[in-house]
Design a protein around this ligand. Structure first.
Ligand code: CIR
Length: 254
């Protein structure tokens, strides 16, 4: 059984952090409806969905992925590089503590879950503006005793590592070569996003299924040609806040 921790969309989402996309008006009601559809997709794919209440004073709190890294053996509470986001983790910790021993990243380290991509016992961590060397080193120290290797990955032009690359099937990555070099991932089958859809690399693998934003049909055609089907969800309002599909949940086997 999989559990997905999610949190309702904040009424203040329009005041979110933005790094690489221009600020445009966000329709909070539509964002809420799209988030509900996302939760339904998670449930249909076999997750027990935990719906935490919104924290309206924290615009980005819907993006729960960034405040924790959950492994089978433990959960690491991150210390987001965006200072406006550093108090989002406390309420998520109060849920996670029921499932995993908790550890945390301490100052001066910063780390955001969107930068963390686990493949088996290797944890790739993006060297983004939100995640620093101390954060990566602390994560490595916390997980090495459980047999994980942490590998820092240079990246550019986007918010998080998982904006640039995600695992879409066993040993198969979907990647935007403008934002991260494929040479960082030797031995993987690599599918590139369609050049007209630079934001399409963010997919969420749930069990054997994959969730993908509905606005990327060309990349979905590439995935289909590689034998990978996806469940699509419309997350246009969350994309205006520089979010996508991984960021709105923490998925744990439990
Ligand atoms: C931020 O800039 O922190 C939010 N507006 C978006 C975070 C998206 N998180 C993610 O993709 N993991």
């Amino acid at each position: 059984m999989l559990t997905a921790i999610t949190r309702d969309v904040s009424a203040s989402l329009g005041n979110c952090e933005l790094s690489f996309v221009p600020r445009v008006d966000i329709d909070p009601e539509l964002a809420h409806e799209q988030h509900e559809s996302y939760r339904r997709a998670l449930a249909e794919m076999g997750c027990r969905v935990i719906a935490m209440p919104a924290e309206d004073h924290l615009p980005d709190a819907v993006f729960v992925e960034d405040v924790a890294v959950v492994l089978d053996e433990l959960a690491v509470l991150t210390r987001p590089g965006a200072t406006s986001r550093q108090s989002e983790g406390a309420s998520v910790a109060s849920i996670l503590i029921e499932y995993r021993p908790l550890r945390s990243i301490e100052a001066p380290g910063t780390l955001e879950g969107g930068d963390v991509m686990r493949v088996g016992r290797v944890i790739y961590v993006g060297q983004s503006a939100r995640t620093n060397t101390s954060g990566i080193e602390q994560l490595a120290n916390l997980v090495s005793g459980h047999g994980y290797t942490v590998q820092a990955v240079p990246m550019r032009g986007c918010l998080h590592l998982k904006s640039a690359v995600t695992l879409v099937a066993d040993n198969t990555l979907l990647l935007n070569p403008d934002w991260v070099d494929r040479e960082n991932f030797p031995g993987f089958r690599i599918i590139e996003v369609d050049p007209d859809e630079p934001h399409a690399a963010n997919t969420l693998r749930v069990g054997t299924g994959v969730i993908h934003p509905s606005c990327f049909p060309r990349t979905q055609q590439r995935l289909a040609q590689a034998g990978i089907g996806v469940t699509t969800v419309d997350v246009s309002e969350l994309q205006k806040a520089e979010g996508a599909v991984t960021c709105c949940s923490l998925i744990l086997g439990a």
